[in-house]
Design a protein around this ligand. Sequence first.
Ligand code: SF4
Ligand code: MG
Length: 334
Amino acid sequence: TAPLLSVEGLKTQLGDASRPVTVVDGQDVHIQAGETFALLGESGCGKSMTALSLMRLLPPSGRIAAGAVRLRDTDLLRLTEAEMRRVRGGRMGMIFQEPQTSLNPVMTVGDQIAEAVRIHEGRSRAQVPERVVELLRAVGIPDPEQRVKEFPHQLSGGMKQRIMIAMALAGDPELLIADEPTTALDVTIQAQVLRLLKDLQRETGMAVLLITHDLGVVAETADRLAVMYAGHIVETASVADFFASPAHPYSRRLLQSLPAAEKRSGRLAVIPGRVPRLDTVFKGCRFADRCPAAMDICRTQAPRWLEIAGGHGARCFLWDSQAAGQGGSPAEPP
Ligand code: SF4
Ligand code: MG
């Protein structure tokens, strides 16, 4: 079936047009209705910029230089700003790492959710309070009739994130974009919020694009994932295939660097070397400096995207039989 969200050749740049820095470079992402798709990577590799591009919320110095973003039949890059505002928080909801920065400190929780309800649901005034309480209940906030009168500073971090989720749900989104939604929370609360997202997804049928640096979060919640490195997606796979047979050397390092017992519950451990700055002029493979399998060709040519098996692809010469004989691929894939 046609994907819910289809991103093709997305290229996002920051800074001066005369000396742009490409922070997302030729991204393809396809998200199916109802699935959880994780975008995994170390910080500074372009995950958040990808999300902001999809929502057209880039900082003033940013722009989408190429590509297409479609939500079903809607070409998001061609909408006017007013049309896009209706999509945001409507068909597409979003939550961020720091809920307090998105909540208005001088407005009660109830008024903020009511505003989201009024904007996106077109309900009559009389129905709004009831819907607000219903949303609070849906996100597991006890005693919602009391909570609506409180201000954000009276709530814990986990409660604030639940409020943000309630606001994102007000427009009945087909897709929820969640950028590190649990990173600022302590571990127990993290697990509760992830479980809540999972439950809500089952109930509503919405898809979730989950942006994270946490392999444990991916293992617990995602159906498929894309691994990002230095502005590129370097591997796409089902979560099961990824943990069983990661195809890209970067993915393998990420998994190897976790102690066996933590394989499915750990954060990305540090791997030797560092993510290159995105203003680097790349010639070969962006991972070559850190790659234990690097070959000569890797330093002079950029690997292309290769489909390895149904739904499993990687950007690496190890899988490129055409690169063989150019100092490239071994006869047997790894
Ligand atoms: Fe390593 Fe070469 Fe593959 Fe890049 S293309 S990940 S350097 S083997
Ligand atoms: Mg980020």
